[in-house]
Design a protein around this ligand. Structure first.
Ligand SMILES: *Cc1c(COP(=O)(O)O)cnc(C)c1O
Length: 381
């Protein structure tokens, strides 16, 4: 990651800094890996819906995976072709379903039989026949943080396996719905390929089971979830896409004409972004020293929400100075507003610039105005 310190010094902090080169190299690597394969990648817009990034990603030819009506609109405005957009979510409102149909999106990832019924009714009323993938809850533990595990039995996502046959029958018999495939999403920040391999095994079983009943699925959407290296962003700026796509393609038993769709968010944008912040105070406690930043949990929520850790780097300290130990915190009135405990950093002073690395995904898109603070500015350099 290349942060131009002189440029950063002239800009208002906190600031989301996006490195165009890393983003483009990531997109090039994805395209290199999937070229000549039946894989299509949809970028999960919720990871970062910054217009400048969306434009670069759409220009690289990826589709978009959306989880709200406004994400569908933002994706189209950024140049994603409607017929490359899929739309998931457990609580799509009538208005959002209508918007999706009117916009001509590729397909809906439908998450319940109740939603199928409403979509059918709206499709009939408005004169559409939308494509539908059924989102299946495959009951897989992706071994990640419990807040971001979505494929397990007890959560709200997808259609339980025991209800899938009913959902398939309903869609197949509907005059107003067009069943095109199955959809899965087992969690996020998954760096071990085993859960993906296991998922593909389950998908093979389902494809075979339904083939026997005469049902074919053109699209197998395996969702997103590929993780990034938060500890060593400079060593691993680009995730192991080859390992990931190879795992999918070597495990799935694809039929003639079948397509594999992925919905990658974090893996596409995570490493290209840093949150840059200025040190407001270095506060000496009794046996701790605090670096108090001008960035807080409203700007970057992941540490407070998931206990996540972003690598902390002092961009302006004297490189040869002694290494000291600090707690790095924000200014918000919440004790969870902490970016790092016992961080080893060079001697840090008021006014220094600090980068919180690997903040391209679920950073800016989760920012809030809590404490009536502004949403941070952003630059793509
Ligand atoms: C969030 C989400 C994704 C993207 O997840 P990443 O971990 O960022 O790759 C993909 N699909 C669905 C349905 C999601 O909700």
């Amino acid at each position: 990651m290349n942060i131009d310190i002189d440029l950063a010094k002239g800009l208002k902090t906190p600031l989301y800094w996006y490195d165009y080169q890393i983003l483009q190299a990531t997109l090039d690597e994805i395209n290199r890996c999937i070229s000549g394969t039946p894989v299509k990648v949809h970028y999960a817009v919720k990871a970062n819906s910054n217009k400048k990034l969306l434009k670069v990603i759409s220009e690289a030819g990826l589709g978009a995976d959306c989880v709200s009506g406004r994400e569908v609109t933002a994706a189209i405005n950024a140049g994603f072709k409607p017929d490359t957009i899929c739309y998931a979510g457990v609580g799509k409102t009538d208005r959002e379903l209508i918007l999706g149909m009117k916009s001509g999106i590729a397909y809906f990832n439908v998450e319940s039989i109740e939603e199928l019924k409403v979509l059918e009714q709206l499709a009939e009323e408005y004169g559409y026949k939308p494509n539908v993938c059924l989102r299946v809850n495959p009951n897989i533990d992706a071994h990640t943080h419990h807040y971001i595990t979505t494929g397990l039995e007890e959560n709200k996502f997808g259609i339980h396996l025991s209800l899938l046959a009913e959902a398939v029958e309903f869609s197949r018999n509907s005059e107003f719905l067009n069943l095109v495939g199955l959809h899965f999403h087992i969690g996020s920040q998954i760096t071990d390929m085993a859960p993906f391999r296991y998922l593909c095994g389950k998908i093979n079983q389902l494809v075979e089971e339904y083939e026997r009943k005469g049902v074919e699925f053109k699209i197998l959407n395996v969702g997103g979830g590929l993780g990034i290296d938060y500890d060593e962003p400079d060593k691993n700026p680009i995730p192991d896409f080859k390992g990931y796509f190879d795992t999918l393609l070597s495990t799935l038993q694809l039929r003639e004409g079948q397509e594999v769709h992925c919905e990658l968010g974090r893996a596409v944008v995570g490493q290209c972004g840093s949150l840059i912040s200025q040190v407001t105070y270095v506060k000496q406690g009794i046996d701790r020293r605090f670096i108090i930043l001008d960035a807080g949990m409203n700007d970057l929520l992941r540490p407070a929400l998931y206990g996540a850790h972003h690598k902390v780097e002092n961009l302006t300290a004297d490189k040869d100075s002694e290494i000291e130990t600090y707690d790095v915190v924000g200014p918000i009135c919440e004790s969870s507003d902490v970016f790092g405990k016992d961080e080893k950093l060079p001697l840090t002073r008021r006014g220094d610039l600090i980068a919180l690395r690997s903040a391209g995904a679920y950073g800016e898109s989760m920012a809030s105005t809590y404490n009536i603070r502004p949403i941070p500015e952003s630059v793509l350099v």
